[in-house]
Design a protein around this ligand. Structure first.
Ligand code: GLN
Length: 196
């Protein structure tokens, strides 16, 4: 399988390393034509305003929307999740134009100052019984989900931090920053079954 990692800004190198460690091909994506060569895409964490602006500057907006609407699996982590969301709430982002593909409302920088970065062992049932060590860095949360969206993980207080809508998988946290490859493996299984 050939996995592309959107390499405009943010933690793309770390995601590509995990994919390669799992024995699959990973390539950095910056040009629209490069999308033709991949079976799945990862949109990394970073700064969502920068990434969405660069998506436009690099003429990737329509090509990305078409591929993802056409069923190409996509994993969006942290800022990558914001890029995929249909609705983004937070005062300074009222004008933020995302890819607007996934039926979720996300809130940027959603955790208060003291906990704006934290780590927690999180139950994620689709990954098995063992909790997933989740790293949150100035993370967004999922405020609400539409009818076609499955909730995959919640914090102890009920905050939604991972979900899936068909070919789109998103997490508030950074699975590429831990040694546990289960989230990427789960994404690869979505890619594998989408090709059949
Ligand atoms: N705070 C960033 C944003 O709103 C996301 C942080 C991250 O991706 N680690 O875009």
């Amino acid at each position: 399988m050939r996995i592309g990692v959107l390499a405009l800004q943010g933690a793309f190198i770390e995601h590509a390393a995990v994919i390669r460690r799992l024995g699959e091909e990973a390539s950095e994506i910056r040009l629209p034509g490069e999308l033709d060569k991949i079976d799945g895409l990862i949109i990394p964490g970073g700064e969502s305003t920068t990434i969405t602006n660069l998506i436009r500057s690099f003429n990737l907006l329509q090509p990305l929307k078409e591929r993802i609407r056409g069923g190409m699996p996509v994993l969006g982590t942290c800022a990558g999740m914001i890029c995929l969301a249909k609705r983004v709430s937070n005062s300074d982002t009222s004008h933020m134009e995302t890819l607007a593909l996934m039926d979720v409302e996300v809130k940027r920088n959603a955790f208060g100052r003291q906990v704006d970065s934290f780590e927690i062992d999180l139950p994620v049932p689709v990954l098995g019984e063992e909790p997933f060590h989740a790293v949150f860095i100035r993370a967004p949360l999922i405020k609400s989900t539409g009818p076609g969206v499955d909730i995959l993980a919640k914090l102890p207080d009920g905050t939604i931090v991972a979900s899936r809508q068909k070919n789109m998988l998103v997490t508030s946290f950074h699975p590429e920053l831990t040694e546990d490859p289960r989230l990427h493996k789960y994404f690869l299984s979505i890619v594998a079954s989408s090709g059949k």
